[in-house]
Write a protein that binds this ligand. Sequence first.
Ligand code: TRP
Length: 332
Amino acid sequence: MKKRILSGVQSSGTPTLGNYLGAFKNWVDLQNEGVYDCLYCVVDLHAITVRRPPEELRRQTYEMYALLLAIGLDPKVNTLFVQSHVPAHAELSWILNCYTMYGELSRMTQFKDKSARHAGNVNAGLFTYPVLMAADILLYQAHLVPVGGDQKQHVELSRDVAIRFNGIYGEVFTLPEPYIPPVGGRIMSLQDPTRKMDKSDPNPSAKILLTESDDSILKKCKRAVTDSDSQVRYDPATKPGVSNLMAIYALATGKTIPEIENEFSGLGYGAFKPAVGQAVVALLSPARREYERLMADIGYLESVMRDGRDRAAAAAAATMEKVRNAIGFVSL
Ligand code: TRP
């Protein structure tokens, strides 16, 4: 049996180059390695912890799903699905709520951040968000959970809850571990390279969207904030802007940092920035064209969603039966 991998992405806002290089690209690499059984879900139940118009949520769910296909995730090789299509997520989430401590949830840094940022809507869902995430993971008996650093605490909580549950009832859940990918990592804002490139950044110049036009990508790379010494040298501490562009260039072309330093030695930013732009265009434009094609064929997207839902639901049902029996619910 292959080890299972599960990850999720929220359907809120168009993902950026940062999401692509930090997360999605690894998902595609994992698929190509072929050693794992991978499930990826668009987490629309998580998305409603922040209020949003129904039409927007619906559109963004289609968009995110289409993007996953467009970047090269094969729905025959991976299970690609929408979280709310498998009601067992909500069901297991309620159950796990009863095995998660108030104190544990109070310590989650994302909750503290988000409740400060959305002070007018600190709903219980925002608080129990990590429990739903634990349900996503434990429902599929996932071994590894690829996440960025900001989600590591949530995966660790999932593991703690699984240990607690198994301690009471026996081996029901596989214990998950965070999987922080070897390369990729953090792509920073093009306007403030000390901060992460964030899809909800109000400044459009700070981020490159996966759906962005070639022209606009080239412009944003040219306008990216760098220091005044014009040497292409990797040094995130004193040259965060150019180092970030170098990381992007490295990931987009497969070149190493020393190779890049060589390539642009003596050439300065005037040559380097357009080259970064070209590399990003070459990386993203095939995916964007595929994305546009998919978004024009909602019927096809829905048929792939249905297939993903059916496969995910079958895997989820096996776990739910174990859980119900373990707890002592009457089964008919
Ligand atoms: N909370 C994650 C994020 O905001 C998304 C997510 C939901 C997730 N469920 C998951 C990630 C399960 C990994 C596994 O990025």
